[in-house]
Design a protein around this ligand. Structure first.
Ligand code: HEM
Length: 278
């Protein structure tokens, strides 16, 4: 589906494009499975996957209302209107149980955009409890090069967002597990003994399709994160150039980034696997 590994050396960039509103939310054959997992996590580990502050209440209600209008219209076969939701739940939690995406609500506070509510069942090795109430800079504090490479551009993207012009971008990494729920900020990929031979079946190409949409009443911005993951072997089948391009793209990663992404122990093998592509 999404393949941001294009053979250009990895350089951190915002890479945001205008989103056709019709494609705001994506639904695929894993819908029921993903929603069941979310429901389970929200029941059993609510404090770890759901965060909110009163500042995010108005925006959360708006997000839920927009989804209730959008989904039956965009996916008439999957939904026959009206959708019933549990109004006992926080509106962003109710919203998140309708879609496979994780939802992060950002509210403007002075100059800053702050995370005021989030339903994040499928984090890519971060803990939502560390991020609630933080600004874009605070949220990205562990990310090497964020400040010098994209801090200003990301802030400006948020400041300039308009209601009728949603945006989207893709983030990617390589991990040693297909599990969507990765709440612990580990910086390594050594849970299995990866070799050049077994690597294509044991490492996963994890992509996040992220969207940004501003809402008219609250002025809040919803950041959605939809996570897709396949083995490197599958990615090589899906995208003909992926295997050859991977090494070239990885070649641009700085030591700090390699450490942050947890690639230290697998970097050489990934490079060799890529270099031996036909
Ligand atoms: C267009 C806007 C944004 C850009 C360009 C951006 C960019 C990035 C980049 C480059 C990374 C490093 C990880 C990687 O490359 O895989 C990252 C990590 C992250 N981003 Fe963003 N981001 C944006 C918006 C947001 C928003 C709105 C949130 C709100 C929750 C967020 C939450 C995070 C978190 C939690 C991490 C992981 C940080 C950690 O390791 O603790 N990002 N982001």
């Amino acid at each position: 589906m999404y393949n941001p590994v294009n053979g250009k050396p990895d350089r951190m960039h915002v890479g945001a494009r205008v989103l056709d509103m019709h494609n705001w939310i994506e639904i695929d054959k894993f819908y029921n499975e993903d929603i069941s997992l979310k429901r389970k996590l929200l029941q059993e580990r609510r404090d770890r996957v759901f965060v909110s502050t009163p500042e995010g209440d108005a925006g959360s209600i708006e997000v839920l209302d927009e989804l209730l209008a959008y989904l039956p219209n965009r996916y008439p076969n999957e939904w026959s209107a009206p959708i019933s939701v549990d109004h006992q739940l926080h509106p962003l939690e109710a919203a998140s149980l309708l879609v496979q995406e994780d939802l992060c609500l950002m509210t403007q506070r002075g100059q800053d955009w702050v995370l005021t509510a989030g339903s994040i069942c499928f984090p890519s090795r971060w803990d939502p409890r560390d991020k609630i109430g933080k600004s874009l800079l605070g949220i990205h504090e562990p990310v090497p090069h964020y400040v010098e490479k994209i801090g200003v551009a990301t802030q400006s993207l948020f400041d300039k967002m308009s209601v009728d012009r949603p945006m989207w971008r893709v983030n990617w990494t390589i991990m040693d597990t297909p599990d969507l729920h990765q709440p612990v900020p580990v910086r390594r990929a050594d849970s299995i003994n990866v070799t050049k031979e077994n690597l294509p079946d044991h490492l996963y190409f994890r992509r996040e399709r992220q969207t940004l949409r501003k809402f008219p009443k609250s002025g809040d911005i919803l950041f959605t994160i939809r996570t897709y993951t396949n083995t490197l072997a599958q990615a090589a089948l899906d995208f003909p150039e992926f295997r050859a391009n991977l090494g070239k793209t990885l070649g641009g990663a700085t030591p700090e980034m390699i450490d942050y992404k947890g690639w230290v122990s697998i970097m050489n093998d990934m490079q060799e696997w890529s270099a031996s592509a036909l």
